[in-house]
Structures are given as C-alpha cells and as structure tokens.
Design a protein around this ligand. Structure first.
Ligand code: IVH
Length: 715
C-alpha cells in the first residue's frame, strides 16, 4: 500500500474512486478466502486494505458506499459530514415585505450605480423556493462535490446523497467549462411529500411535518441508500466558481444551466420597471397554490453581471438582489371551543377549535393559543398583545398560517363579540388526571413561567401516553408499526397480555403474547403479517445507539443534540448513569457534567433530577433488562495529534465558527470543553480572548492561536 496517497491528501474524487476499488477488492478477497478457500493475499495485506478503507470512510463519511466492506451495522457514527469550504461563499438574501420596500430596493440599486431611476436596468424575478440551498461542483464536467450551505463559508459534504437525486446530472455536456459550481435549491415536491406521509401513516409511523424539513432530513442521512428512497428534486438559480462564464446576464446564465441539464424554474422573467416586477410578484403569488413545490416569495436580481459585480455585497447578502416575501396568510373564522392538551412534560397547551376555514389553500380547524397569558392578551415579557384584547369562546378571530408553522390566532374582532362571551378560565387542575396544574416561578427572574404544568407526573395518563409516543418516535427508538394509534390502543388495553404502560412493556409484549390466548393478530387492525412485522421491528431495536437511548428517556430539556453530546462525552451507558447519579451539585461529577460544552445548568439539573426519582430508575432498570445501549462510537481518528486531548476555544475565531471549530476538533478525537481546568490540554484563543486566556496561562495550559490550531490539525 506504500504507493498510495496518504488519506489526508485524498480529494473527494480520489476517495470515492478508492472506496469503490476497495469495496470490490475486499469483496473479491472475501470470496476467495471464505468461498473458495484460496486466498491470494496474506492476512496482513488483507488487514491493511481493510484499515485503509476504514480510514477513508472516517475522513469522508458521506462517501461511504452502500456496499461498504464495513457493512451497515450501527449506521450513523457521529452524525457529522466532512466539511467543505466553498470556493465562493454562499450568500443569503435580504428580505422585503411591501411594495414600498421593493421601490426602495430599486432606488438603492440606481443610487449605488449613480444613475437616475429611469427604469433602464433589467432585473430577473423568480420564485423563492422553500428548500435547502446546495452547491454542486463539477470538475471536467463530472460531479465531484455536493455541499450544503452551512454557515455560507463552510458546508457539509453530502455528495453521496446528492448522487441519488435523479434530476441532478452526474456529467455535463462538452461545451460546459472545466470548473462549474452550480447553486440551487434541493426540495421535495408536495405530491411526493404527501405520498410519503400517507405511506408513513399506513405503516403506523410518525408523519413528517413539511416538505422542507423532510428534504433536509433526507439529505442529512449518513446512509445514502435511505436518501435514495426519498424523491428529492432540484432547481438551479445561481453559481459559484466558474472557470469560464457562459453569458453576461443572470437570465442567460440560468438558461445555460438549463442547457447543461439542470432543472430551472419556468416562472423566471426578465423585467425592468417597478410595476412589472410587482405584477410578476402577484402573478407568482396567484400561481402559488397550484405549484407542486413550496415557495415563500419572489427573488429579484439585477440582470447584468457587470452591474452585479459593481454593486457587490454587504456582509452576508448581495446589494444586487433581494427577496420579496409573501405575507403570512390569514382568514376570519369563529372560535367554537378551547381545549387543553397535555404534553409529555405535562405542559397544558390551549388549543382553539375553529369553524373550518381555508387559509392559503389549507383547511384549518385548530390553532394554538400558546398559554394562559396569550389568551388574556399578555405577551411573554408582560407587554400587552392585541392591545390587551383577550380571546373568548364565540369570538370572531383572525387565523394566520405562516409557512408550515401551526396556525395561530393573531387577533379577534371586538365589534363582533357576542354578549354572552365570558373570559376563558384557565384550568388549575389537569383535565386528564385531576392533579394540580401550576405555573412555576422562574428562579432567575422571579416571574411566573408562561407554561402551566400538570404536577401528576407518572399518574397522568396523558404524560404517560405522550412519553411512550416519544419513546418510539423516529429519532428515539424508531419502532415501525408503533404509531400514535397503536400506542393509544396498547395503553388502554386492560388485558395483561396486551397492555403497554411503560417503555419496557414494549419489549415484553411478545413473550406475554406467547403465554396468552388473547392473540394480537385476532384484534381488529392487526393482521398476522403486521404482528410479525411489529415484533421484528421491536426486536430489531434491542440494541440501540446510546444517544437514541438517552433521548428516548424523555428527560426534560434533553433533546437530540444534548443526547448526542452526553453519549459522546460519557461513551457508554454505565458511565453516563453512574455520573448522573453521582452528580449532586458541587460534586466532581456535577462539575464534569457542566463542563460539557453545550450542556447548561438547566439541562444538568433536569438530568440529575431524573436520576434522583426512584420511579425513573425502576423503569430504566427494567428497560435495560430488555435493551442494550451501544457504546458511542469513538470519534477519534486514532492517529490525530489531538485525539484524546481536551481543548477549549475562546475569543473571536476568524476562519471558522465556534460550532465548526468544535465539530472538527471532535471529529479528530478531541474533547471540547467550555471551561479551563488543570485537565485542559490546549486553549485556542481568538481575538479579544478574556478571562479564559488568563486562567490558562496561570495553569500553564498550552495556548494556541487559531492558525496554530489549524496547522496542527491539518492533514
Ligand atoms: S439567489 C446571492 N434565488 O434563499 C444570492 N436564492 O434567503 C444567492 N433561495 O440561501 C441566492 N430560491 O437557499 C436565490 N430563486 C432563488 C432562491 C434562493 C430560494 C434560497 C437560497 C438562499 C436563501 C436566501
């Protein structure tokens, strides 16, 4: 293997090529060894091939092949993709909302160019697609990298996933330049989104919220075979680095992208006057409901590229373009009732029941009322909302649906209030279990929390059911066939051979079924096949990634991100649980917990409280008899000069964001901490570093500049 490039020097293209070679080669040697008992190479040489494959996969996780010699077990290692520094930054757009704002935008363009606003400058106007921006790099007319926007400077390498999108060409025609970077939007068509959700529902799985999030989730799959099952699409509308330009205007450049095989949006027009631009905006607004993709506005861009170059950029957005957003959609209707929903953490959320009304093409029957104060007309900071108007049953209300968020009641029509409408009395007891419902006092501000919470905990049926739904949800145990409907059924089942009250019961169901005559398969809604599949799905989760396990516990404030941080910091479940039990405030375990970058005191307290509650320990104990949390995969590339080291970042970093710095350090096996201690190995100090720098010097910790750190971790 000595004649091969060091892994650190490989380009994406090299890596992809070599991974393909290694997959084929290792498969051949496997066959020779196992199948024909006639190995061609020594064990040591075989191991060397395998190690090289592992090393390349570790550095290019997104390029890992579906037929990887490492197999599929354990799927996502760390949830991280390799960073890609964009050859040209990926910018965002300024937003404007009114006709006057558009007029101001045009005026500013003319003013900047020193011209009178005579309508002589042409602009393009096209839909603003509500998807994810993507940069596609082609070298010698072959696709080499697909990268997300990230922070605009550095994105994530999602090439393997991009290759599964049929609308994105693998190769470009001969007349395309040597280096082409196409920018555009990856999205999921509404029809494909609805079909996917119908399928999820039929399988008893949780449905997705909206096409955009689904597209984002699909793209960020570490296993490209999963992305391949989702129909993603693409519109090209811009470019990054180009070794040669195909045209002198925006309009013709996009046309060239179309000729090279990229889908381009048919609603793009080239216009000059304010009236024409606004006219096109309205036309696109009217067409919106019939489009098979979500859009949230219209983008105007100066057409001539030489003028674009003169106009240049502000810090993050070009002066030559702006996005004219559509207003949130609103409608009038009647509020017929206010119901209270009780969530997993006991929060009582008031929900408005409405006379059905269409808001932007979608029938709305419910809207959130947030909390007690919102109904009263009081904002989170105590300020009046709706000029202090409260919301009463019987009111005529204005419902708003902005994008995909849950519809809201933004106001009421006071003149139409019926005489008998009385202010809503927010419940003081949980409507489900009857326990007291209280608003906790925020310790820091001394103010009442806006959320009213049921104090019933485990006795509250609503909390228990919601907890189970969370436990089986996609980012937790992800048990197919156990959706909301099924959980409701099992939770209410009286028969001991059918009932599921706590998470461990899920894993004992099959045994209880075998010992009983009440067979699930004879119950309406469960056939023989679906029961078999359900047990397969349950048994398939008896081993589960540690971060999923932690997330599934449903500890307050411990979402997916925190669960990952904890899994990565503690490595295995025993270390984690032992530390949580030991972590009383002031203890060393408490200090360690608080030192994990990203874990704040609120989260730390919630963890410690969870592990102090005997009932939780009982449930977790029973769960562990059925399920094994898999130790978090070591993130370290063993050879990295910083693996195993504890690093602290402070001050303003110039070349990377704090998050990036952290992610890359962790990828190299370092532990990133938020505070300096004697255990700290390196402090990376950016500009204006303060007390941490002093403390590090005091403790004799090695201090590095950002450049020194980059030099040390490069290659
Ligand atoms: S142009 C330099 N055109 O909107 C300008 N962006 O809010 C680069 N977007 O990050 C962007 N449709 O993801 C442009 N027709 C369109 C777009 C569009 C959607 C997204 C893009 C960008 C974001 C900015």
């Amino acid at each position: 293997m000595t004649d091969r490039k060091p892994v650190a020097d490989l380009t994406d293209a090299d890596a992809a090529e070599e991974l393909a070679f290694l997959a084929a080669e290792l498969a051949r040697h496997d066959a020779l060894y196992h199948g024909q008992d006639a190995p061609e190479i020594s064990d040591a040489d075989y191991d060397a091939l395998k190690r090289r494959n592992q090393a390349i996969e570790a550095r290019f996780p997104a390029l890992r092949r579906p037929d990887s010699p490492e197999g599929h077990v354990g799927a996502a290692p760390s949830g991280l993709f390799a960073p890609v520094v964009h050859a040209r930054p990926m910018l965002s757009l300024d937003n404007v909302f009114s006709d006057e704002d558009v007029q101001d935008f045009l005026a500013s363009v003319y003013r900047f160019l020193g011209q009178i606003p005579d309508g002589s400058i042409a602009f393009t106007a096209e839909p603003k697609i509500d998807g994810l921006s993507m940069s596609l790099r082609y070298e010698n007319r072959r696709l080499v990298t697909g990268a997300t926007r990230g922070d605009g400077t550095t994105g994530e390498n999602v090439t393997a996933n991009i290759r599964t999108i049929a609308e994105i060409p693998e190769t470009l025609p001969e007349d395309a330049p040597d280096v082409v970077e196409v920018r555009g939007e990856v999205y999921m068509a509404r029809s494909d989104f609805f079909a996917l959700n119908a399928q999820m529902e039929a399988e008893g799985r949780q449905t997705y919220v909206n096409p955009r999030n689904t597209a984002a989730g699909s793209l960020r799959q570490l296993d490209a075979t999963v992305t391949a099952t989702r129909k993603l699409r693409f519109f090209a509308y811009a470019w990054g680095e180009m070794s040669a330009m195909a045209a002198e205007t925006q309009y013709e450049m996009v046309a060239a992208l179309g000729r090279w095989g990229f889908p381009i949006n048919p609603l793009m027009a080239r216009l000059s006057t304010l009236e024409d631009l606004l006219g096109h905006y309205r036309a696109i607004g009217l067409a919106r409901a019939d489009l098979d993709y979500d859009i949230d506005g219209v983008v105007y861009k100066v057409d001539r590229l030489d003028l674009q170059a003169r106009l240049g950029f502000r810090s993050r957005s070009p002066r030559w373009a702006t996005a004219h957003k559509f207003p949130a959609e609103q409608a009038f209707t009647h509020l017929t009732a206010i119901d209270i929903q009780v969530g997993r953490t006991g929060a009582l959320t008031p929900v408005a029941r409405l006379t059905p009304v269409t808001v932007g093409g979608v029938v709305v029957t419910n809207a959130t009322l947030h909390n007690e104060d919102y109904i009263k007309g009081i904002g989170n900071a105590g300020q009046p909302l709706r000029e202090g108007r409260d919301i009463r049953i019987g009111d005529t209300v204005i419902v708003q649906r902005a994008g995909d968020v849950i519809p809201q009641i933004v106001d009421i029509v006071l003149e139409k209030r019926p005489e008998d409408a009385v202010p809503f009395a927010f419940p003081r007891v949980c409507p489900v279990c009857g326990s007291h419902a209280v608003r906790e006092k925020n310790e820091k501000t001394g103010k009442l929390d806006s959320v009213t919470r049921c104090t019933g905990g485990f006795v509250c049926r609503a909390q228990a059911v919601e907890h189970l739904k969370h436990f089986v949800s996609r980012n937790a145990f992800d048990i197919e066939g156990l959706g909301a409907r099924q959980i409701d059924f099992f939770f209410t089942a009286e028969d001991p051979a059918l009932s599921i009250r706590t998470a461990p019961d899920i894993f004992t169901l099959e045994r209880r079924q075998q010992a009983s005559l009440t067979k699930l398969e004879n119950i309406d809604g469960f056939g023989r096949v679906s029961v078999r599949k359900l047990f397969e799905a349950i048994n398939g989760r008896r081993q589960v990634a540690l971060h999923r396990f932690i997330y599934a516990l449903g500890i307050r404030h411990v979402g997916e991100t925190n669960a990952k941080l904890l899994a990565r910091s503690y490595g295995d479940y025993d270390s984690f649980a032992t530390a949580m039990i030991a972590a009383t405030p002031g203890s060393e375990a408490w200090e360690d917990l608080n030192r994990i970058e990203g874990i704040g005191e609120v989260v730390a307290r919630a963890l410690v409280e969870f592990y102090r509650e005997p009932r939780n320990l009982d449930v977790v104990g029973r769960l562990l008899q059925e399920v094994t949390p898999l130790a978090a995969e070591p993130v370290a590339a063993a050879s990295s000069p910083v693996s195993g080291k504890t690093v602290v970042f402070t001050g303003k970093l110039e070349k990377m964001t704090r998050d990036e710095a952290k992610a890359s350090a962790e990828r190299l096996g370092a532990k990133v901490s938020g505070s300096i201690s004697a255990k700290t190995d390196y402090l990376v100090a950016g500009a204006d570093a303060g007390s941490k720098l002093d403390k590090a010097r005091g403790l004799g910790v090695t201090v590095l500049t950002e450049d020194e750190w980059l030099a040390m971790t490069a290659g």
